[in-house]
Design a binder for this molecule. Structure first.
Ligand code: C2O
Length: 552
């Protein structure tokens, strides 16, 4: 492969949205940030220079980082932050992935403005497993706050309440015509009649899963999280924060000059006060070729609008995810672990913490703080990086290795009313020997209401072998697992009031965060970490850190 060099200057930039101008933290003054474009097998070298007052790290979301954990990016997990005036060079190779991923800041809520696409093309002279598209178009969803999102979350954590919801969703940085004062600020995709387009969708929004649809057009899903899937057609897709989806869009042959609306709005099951806002963009057909002057024009037709599912449409969500299957053929096999070395059962959900003395909290029941946990452990980031502590065998005072493999005490996870809200804080990890084959069941809980949680695992792809509603049944459910062509990905929605089962091979030594990709839940502690030990062979070991790795 080739080496692709990039320079990311982190600096402030004035941006105006919804008639508000504010200074945002940006990469090279661009919003959204610049794309990383590489082929499978290429090395990517990104020099990040921090010119702002905030501490910064960048995460290459979904990149496997095989034996390059020092480049993964989550603050206090694989590295200390890049401080003002400092530089860090991220250096990694893209192996076994083709499709779309994205990069984003991985510290506090800085990813609200620091994000951009990662486009992974197949190796040279290797075609797509579908007809070559005429053009490829990134479509990246985000969230916009009129105020500073860093302040929003800092205040929420202090007061123990929920943070303000964002003021708009965006497509490629634009809120679109359905928001106040934003008609001019709309993403427009120009298409030629009859041509096929590859849309590379990325959900970089902080706190919402999204439905997406284009009026009067059928979409064909061909790839998720940079892994090809068996193609299937649908009018609407669901994409959670942290997920990416490649779609084929075939422009109709007979609509010169016509305009259609594309739109996205949340799938949100757990939210009380819901901001029912829709981000929209335009799909605009070019005029007919000059050679056919008599062709009809659709210029003056009313705008076609898509119909999106209701915001709590959990059955759509479940049916959509069930359609996702790996190609699982000889060229693109699905290497699903058939045997399991270690089983884990993790509850994921919200909870409460007592309000600290001398503080007023605005959380549930007035006197509590919001919290979120895995197996009732709310993860606290250490003040030095886990990976350094592990690599240099200095875990004392940084982390403990007693993360519970199953709930501390079992309860009726999806019952009403819930009966277990006790959450404790800790920096606990699971340690895995190299090449452990892991099965993990993620169970949603009804504490403070059921809600879908998009769980993201760093450092690995996993296979989604089963999912269901209610409580997972360790006897009845496993025989129904799909071990043949389950979808392979890095972020999966744990069904609202249900469970999902995943399998992965721990073949990547390092320290790997797993968390809900709803940023508010991550902030409340819905995260944990795996430490995978070195193997015996030289190519099974994590190399020492680069010399410019930031210090805490
Ligand atoms: Cu997209 Cu831990 O992140």
């Amino acid at each position: 492969g080739n080496t692709r060099h990039y320079k990311f200057n982190i600096k402030l930039q004035n941006v105006t949205r919804l008639c508000h101008t504010k200074s945002i933290v940006s990469v090279n003054g661009q919003f959204p940030g610049p794309p990383i474009i590489a082929r499978e097998g290429d090395r990517v070298v990104v020099k990040v220079v921090n010119h702002v007052q905030n501490n910064v790290t960048i995460h290459w979301h979904g990149v496997r980082q095989l034996r390059s954990g020092w480049a993964d990016g989550p603050a206090y997990v694989t590295q200390c932050p890049i401080q003002t005036g400092q530089t860090y060079v991220y250096n990694f190779t893209i192996t076994g992935q083709r499709g779309t991923l994205f990069w984003h800041a991985h510290i506090s809520w800085l990813r609200s403005t620091l994000y951009g696409p990662i486009i992974i093309l197949p190796k040279k002279n290797v075609p797509y497993p579908f007809a070559k598209p005429y053009k490829e178009v990134p479509i990246i969803f985000g969230e916009w706050w009129n105020t500073d999102p860093e302040t929003v979350i800092t205040q929420a954590l202090q007061n123990g309440g929920g943070p303000n919801v964002s003021d708009a969703y965006t497509i490629n940085g634009h809120p679109g015509p359905l928001y106040n004062c934003s008609a001019q600020d709309t993403f427009k995709l120009k298409v030629k009649p009859g041509k096929t387009y590859l849309l590379r969708l990325i959900n970089a929004a902080l706190n919402d899963e999204l439905f997406f649809s284009i009026a009067n057009h059928t979409l064909t899903v061909v790839d998720v999280d940079a892994i090809y899937v068996k193609p299937f057609k649908t009018d609407t897709i669901l994409i959670t924060p942290g997920q990416t989806t490649n779609l084929l869009l075939k422009a109709k042959p007979h609509f010169p000059n016509a305009t259609f609306l594309m739109a996205a709005r949340p799938y949100a099951t757990g939210r009380g006060t819901f901001d029912n806002s829709t981000v929209a963009g335009l799909l605009h057909y070019e005029p007919p070729p000059k050679s056919s002057p008599s062709a009809p024009s659709f210029e003056n037709l009313p705008l076609f609008k898509p119909t999106l599912p209701p915001l709590n449409d959990t059955s759509f969500a479940a049916n959509f995810t069930r359609k996702l299957r790996s190609l699982a053929n000889t060229q693109f096999p699905a290497n699903v672990p058939q045997n399991v070395d270690k089983r884990f059962f993790f509850t994921v959900g919200l909870g409460t913490n007592p309000c600290p003395q001398n503080q007023t909290c605005q959380g549930p029941n007035n006197s509590t703080k919001f919290s979120a946990s895995v197996n009732n452990v709310s993860f606290v980031l250490p003040t030095t990086a886990l990976l350094q502590a592990h690599f240099f065998q200095q875990s004392n005072g940084v982390y403990t290795t007693d993360f519970p493999a199953t709930p501390i005490f079992p309860f009726n996870y999806t019952g009403t009313p819930p009966n277990n809200t006790m959450v404790s804080n800790g920096t606990k990890v699971v340690v895995l020997p190299f090449n452990t084959s892991v099965e993990l069941v993620l169970q949603d809980t009804s504490i403070l209401g059921i809600e879908s949680h998009p769980l993201h695992l760093h450092g690995f792809n996993f296979f989604v072998v089963g999912q269901g509603f209610g409580n997972f049944d360790a006897k009845k459910d496993p025989p129904k697992f799909n071990l043949v062509d389950p979808v392979e990905r890095n972020t999966v929605g744990v069904p609202s009031g249900g469970w999902v089962a995943i399998r992965f091979l721990a073949d990547n030594p390092g320290a790997w965060l797993m968390h809900c990709h709803l940023e508010v839940h991550t902030s409340w502690g819905l995260k944990m970490a795996w430490i995978v030990k070195d193997g015996k062979l030289p190519n099974q070991k994590l190399p020492p850190p680069p010399s410019d790795l930031p210090k805490c």
